[in-house]
Design a binder for this molecule. Structure first.
Ligand code: UDP
Ligand code: ZN
Ligand code: ZN
Ligand code: FE
Length: 327
């Protein structure tokens, strides 16, 4: 395990040789041996469970990595990949998504997310807890059993670092929080809102990079999931179920997506507003949108369509599912 510094773009790369051998898409025959289904070796000792945190068997980061081999040239910098990689298995059922689980079950998942954030943030060597969920073959998921992943990192990831800079600059100029202002604006104009409950709103942002990108913003100013009460977590669970149900209705199938939690870093005190972002790989129900040359090679995104128009498709799908989603 090591972190290698890319001096061209000044970012850490996690080098994890042994991850190459992790299982890839179980065939139907192998499914009986799904590592996240009840009865799997790692779960044997548990009599019954509904949500469970497991160490990642093929971890990208570990608590005691040992020193990386030094290459011997000042050109090439490395450091130890010290961190924690875990898997959160969200249900004993092999298929499903947030919206196929009950509201109280998803609230429990949110509670586990919160506990993970708190537990890992306390570790002295952790700077950032990255908690995310990959779903669907389209985005390369290796195991379909519903699960999220946690990478507790010894550095603040670049995308979050960039957001921290933006919050700081915005606060310096206006004396207010950037996302609090976006929330007030969207509540006033209601041009990009897909859904809203007492605690959270789901919008397709003005500044979306993916055609069906969704952001879940807490209406009150909280920096991290750790500040959410039991009641708040239930409202968050509701918003998340609505988001995933909306995607599946929109695409008329079990929809893929990437969900990322953007929490405040584990150390320090920054201007920040907790939120969740969903990236959707489809640009319409038939076509995938790939991040390719302009996106990967230059970090420039093109948006197919206009968010204020696209949001109507999501709003329609959302209104349809609200009639049937239940508790
Ligand atoms: N994994 C595990 N135990 C196993 C098999 C797999 O912890 O018995 C991990 C694996 O290392 C991977 C995760 O489960 O990180 C499944 O992740 P996912 O399919 O979301 O995406 P991946 O990390 O493979 O890109
Ligand atoms: Zn399974
Ligand atoms: Zn705020
Ligand atoms: Fe963000």
């Amino acid at each position: 395990h090591e972190l290698r510094w890319n001096p061209l773009i000044r970012q850490w790369i996690i080098v994890a040789a042994h991850r190459a051998v992790r299982p890839w898409r179980l065939t139907d025959k192998e499914r009986v041996s799904c590592p996240f289904c009840p009865g799997a070796p790692e779960l044997k000792d548990l009599a019954s469970w509904d949500v469970v945190v497991l160490p990642n068997k093929y971890p990208a980061l570990v608590p005691h990595p040992g020193s990386p081999a030094q290459y011997g040239s000042p050109l090439y910098v490395s450091r130890e990949a010290r961190g924690v990689s875990e898997v959160i298995v969200e249900t004993p059922m092999h298929e499903g998504d947030f919206h196929t689980l009950t509201l109280s079950h998803v609230s429990k998942v949110m509670k586990v997310f919160k506990e993970e954030f708190e537990k890992l943030s306390r570790l002295e060597y952790i700077e950032y807890v990255a908690l995310f969920r990959n779903k669907g073959r389209e985005i390369g998921v290796s195991l379909s059993h519903p699960h999220s992943q946690v990478y507790a990192l010894p550095f603040i990831p670049p995308r979050v670092a960039s957001e921290l800079e933006s919050f700081k600059e915005y606060y310096g100029k206006h004396g207010r929080c950037l996302i609090c202002d976006v929330v007030s604006h969207e509540q006033a104009v209601r041009e990009r809102t897909v859904y809203e409950n007492e605690g959270f709103m789901i919008i397709l942002p003005y500044y979306a990079m993916w055609p069906y990108e969704l952001h879940v913003y807490p209406k009150k100013h909280v920096k991290a999931i750790s500040e959410l009460s039991e009641e708040d977590l239930k409202l968050l669970a509701d918003a998340i179920r609505v988001a995933t149900a909306t995607y599946s209705r929109l695409l008329k199938k079990d929809a893929p997506y990437i969900m990322v939690m953007h929490n405040h870093p584990s150390k320090g005190d920054y201007h920040y507003h907790f939120h969740i972002e969903f990236y959707q790989p489809y640009r319409d129900p038939e076509k995938l949108k790939y991040a390719a040359g302009i996106e990967w090679g230059y970090w420039v995104f093109t948006y197919d369509g206009v968010p204020e128009e696209r949001v109507k498709e999501l709003r329609k799908a959302c209104d349809e599912i609200l009639e049937v989603i239940g508790d």
